[in-house]
Design a protein around this ligand. Structure first.
Ligand code: NAG
Length: 501
């Protein structure tokens, strides 16, 4: 503005100055105090008697989480002499775990990764140094004796299998990735390798993740590329070279809007976070430098709240961030810190949380010799159900069968309300029906007649069962529609009643 000449314009200038200050301060206010329900989320370790003690957590050198959790069980990869094993404990079985407690011990080499089936809380997959993937059915109340026979063993990798991850919405589909640089998508129900992606990764695959509806996967590879892949077309649809320039391991996960969140290292070995849009991978949506520690940052994502929790291997903290559509897109929220470093971490699905305590996330932190649950809470005064914190979340029902997905169908997760807590339903047993290639090719012999007859008689009942399931599904979706309409009407009526007409 112009130089002040008279006292009149001086007042004028003062006034504009004050307005200017006001303008800047409100602007800063907006920027610094960003509104978020999750600003005050705090973490708390449970009491000692609620920890799982005397567990020999695996020491194998592989950067996976070593722990998998669902509303019924916590599974932990453990040290085992002469093979590989993991433990499965019912959640309530805290305290000292006896040395003789049974394990799942069918692998002939160390177990590197485990994942609970999202559609059946009794089914878990494991990948191992012995180059195989195994799928296990855990009995209703946990293990009584050690288990060495899987429901199915999936053979196809030629090197150790470091990653196993279930399809989010199609029943019985499992992805595995091995140090042979190959990704395999299995139909667990038949034991078949349906898709083998052999020529996409020239080096070790550090991470693999399905998107929300399971139409795509993204991977992070030692060649420093992040790839977005359509597995059914066997096509790379987007990729970014040097997403992070450092040589240390990266991680890549899908967010619910289709963006890709990465962790990795800069050329100067600083830990970094990145956010990418597969529509335009050239430039990151945003990149953040964190610190200079050297543990791999394992990301855990809550699609309902868009909060990402980062647990560095060997760190003693969990840092969390909210991701929004507003710059800088990745917003730091807080850090939960303890004294002991973490060797691994389990992450409870949303439906396993205590909504009455405003629990927003639960971690199972692995120490050298114990597993310690950590509860993240949103402080609220009210005892009522906080529906803004708990939008409907992915439930255990699979909207698609494996075959439908392989034929090209997609399905979004079937959502459930947590209003009255999650009540686990009855899981059906995993059945593996291996296709007998002899059935079609060979003329009848005594060995083949029996299964052939069985198949023939069971066909109609399978069909009517499928039909019944379809009808039940429809009833369920109609019921959901009615209840959502009811809510809407109630809301409109409430609005109407508030209007002075
Ligand atoms: C599945 O997700 C992809 C990618 O986000 C999207 O393009 C597609 O429309 C989705 N399909 C369904 C059926 O929701």
């Amino acid at each position: 503005w112009a130089e002040p000449q008279t006292s009149g314009s001086c007042v004028h200038v003062m006034a504009s100055f004050i307005i200017l200050i006001l303008f800047f301060s409100t602007d800063m206010f907006k920027r610094v105090v960003r509104q978020s329900k999750f600003r005050h989320v705090f973490g708390q370790a449970v009491k000692n008697d609620q920890c799982y003690d005397d567990i020999r957590v695996s020491r194998v050198t592989w950067d996976s989480a070593f722990c998998a959790v669902n509303p019924k069980f916590v599974a932990i990869i453990v040290e085992a002499s002469g093979g590989g094993a993991f433990m499965v404990l019912p959640l309530h079985k805290s305290g000292r775990i006896d040395k003789a407690y049974p394990t799942v011990c069918g692998h002939t080499g160390p177990v590197l990764d485990i994942d609970w089936c999202p559609h059946n809380d009794h089914v878990i997959a494991s990948g191992s140094e012995d180059c195989t993937v195994m799928v296990w059915q855990i009995p209703e109340n946990g293990l009584v004796t050690s288990m060495s026979e899987p429901v199915v063993m999936l053979e196809g990798h030629s090197k150790r299998v470091g990653i196993v991850t279930w399809h989010p919405t199609a029943r019985n589909i499992l992805l595995s990735a091995g140090c042979d640089n190959v990704v395999i998508v299995w139909n667990v129900g038949t034991g078949e390798a349906m898709i083998t992606l052999e020529d996409m990764h020239p080096d070790i695959i550090f991470s693999a993740c399905w998107n929300r509806n399971g139409s795509l996967i993204c991977t992070a590879c030692k060649d420093k590329k992040v790839r977005v892949i359509d597995p059914r077309k066997e096509e790379i649809i987007a990729e970014k070279d040097k997403a992070h320039e450092g040589a240390r391991p990266m991680r890549a996960i899908f967010l619910s809007d289709g963006k890709v969140f990465t962790t990795g290292f800069s050329r100067m070995s600083e830990r970094q976070l990145g956010l990418w849009d597969p529509e335009n991978m050239e430039e990151p949506v945003s990149v953040h430098e964190m610190d200079t520690s050297n543990g791999v940052l394992l990301p855990f994502y809550d699609p309902d709240t868009n909060v990402v929790y980062l647990c560095g291997k060997g760190d003693s903290s969990i840092r969390y961030f909210e991701i929004t559509d507003e710059a800088p897109f990745v917003h730091y929220l807080n850090t939960f810190t303890t004294k002991e470093p973490q060797r691994g971490m389990g992450y409870m699905p949303k439906r396993g949380l205590d909504v009455n305590k405003c629990e927003i996330a639960r971690f199972y932190k692995l120490h050298e010799r114990k597993c310690e649950p950590i509860i993240m809470t949103v402080p609220r005064k009210s005892d009522l159900f906080q529906d803004d914190l708990y939008p409907d979340t992915a439930g255990p029902d699979a909207p698609l069968e494996a075959e439908e997905w392989f034929e090209g169908k997609n399905g979004e997760p079937v959502l459930i309300s947590l209003k009255h807590g999650y009540i686990p339903g009855k899981n059906r047993d995993l059945k593996v029906v291996k296709k007998n290639i002899l059935d079609n090719k060979m003329s009848k012999n005594t060995e083949n007649t029996a299964p052939a007859v069985k198949t023939a008689t069971s066909t109609p009942s399978i069909k009517s069962e499928a039909k019944l399931e379809e009808v039940l599904k429809e009833i369920k979706s109609l019921r959901e529609l009615v209840s959502s309409q009811e809510k809407r009407i109630a809301k409109l009526e409430e609005q109407l009643s508030k209007m002075d007409i």
